[in-house]
Design a protein around this ligand. Structure first.
Ligand code: AP5
Length: 217
């Protein structure tokens, strides 16, 4: 049966950083709803144009649009073995929609690791983040610097700072997380799927803890 995991956590908790490593280790597809929106933005699609304003303000893109986008991605053949979802679901309505779509594929969410990091640290992480243009690999000027400033260690592409990593936008993204996404902690706890991971440890230690949690599930 296909295996689906949901990485939950506030903006800047390290979901993208960890998802890349874990998906590769288990041969799973990494589906980041934020990356899908950014790809649409770059390609100037209708979906990208619709998402742009919400993303710039640090608000959530409406559920119906987001659910349709993720559904389309999960339906592709490369997800037959499963996927690691990063940034989706973000509301209880998205979580219900995910359960329903996985049921259609005779599958379900196996585990929801919550990467837990306090708000003060998130601002520092996001204001120092550098993202690669080609594949979205992430670095941090202090916590995970690239070998050569401005260049991705992995694929040599240019590193840039995301528009929504400005302080005011980050503050709003954290507020939106608390109001609209944090209820998923109870949603998945009550279904015995949630496992809390201390996201304040080093990147390698967090990876180790995530792998242990997945192996145990
Ligand atoms: P999205 O792209 O999903 O952003 P996010 O959830 O806010 O998460 P980030 O990508 O900012 O952080 P991350 O947890 O992946 O952290 P990272 O690994 O980069 O969404 C963007 C927007 O799209 C949303 O605001 C919304 O508008 C829209 N959207 C997306 N999905 C949606 C949905 N489902 N519904 C509606 N709207 C949606 O790490 C951050 C930094 O910290 C990096 O520099 C990294 O090097 C560093 N770092 C990582 N781990 C550690 C560590 N352990 N110690 C020290 N530094 C670390």
């Amino acid at each position: 049966m296909a295996r689906f995991y949901v990485l939950l956590g506030p903006p800047g908790a390290g979901k993208g950083t960890q998802a890349k490593v874990i998906a590769e280790k288990y041969g799973l597809v990494h589906i980041s709803s934020g990356d899908l929106f950014r790809e649409n933005l770059k390609n100037e699609t209708e979906l990208g144009k619709l998402a742009q304003g919400y993303m710039a303000r640090g608000e959530l893109v409406p559920d119906d649009v987001t659910i349709a986008m993720v559904r389309d991605r999960i339906s592709r053949p490369d997800c037959k073995k499963g996927a690691l979802l990063d940034g989706f679901p973000r509301t209880p309505a998205q979580a219900d929609a995910l359960a329903a779509m996985l049921k259609e594929f005779d599958s379900k969410v196996e585990l929801v690791p919550l990467i837990d990091v306090p708000a003060e640290e998130l601002i520092e992480r996001l204001s120092g983040r550098w993202t690669c243009r080609k594949e979205g690999h992430v670095f941090h000027q202090k916590f995970n610097p690239p070998q050569k400033a401005g260049i991705c260690d992995i694929d040599g592409s240019e590193l840039y700072q995301r528009d929504d990593d400005k302080r005011e936008t980050v503050e709003n993204r954290i507020k939106v997380y608390t109001a609209q996404t944090a209820p998923l902690i109870e949603y998945y706890s009550s279904r015995n799927l949630l496992v809390k991971i201390d996201g304040q440890k080093s990147i390698d230690e967090v990876t180790k803890d995530l792998l242990t949690a997945i192996e145990k599930a």
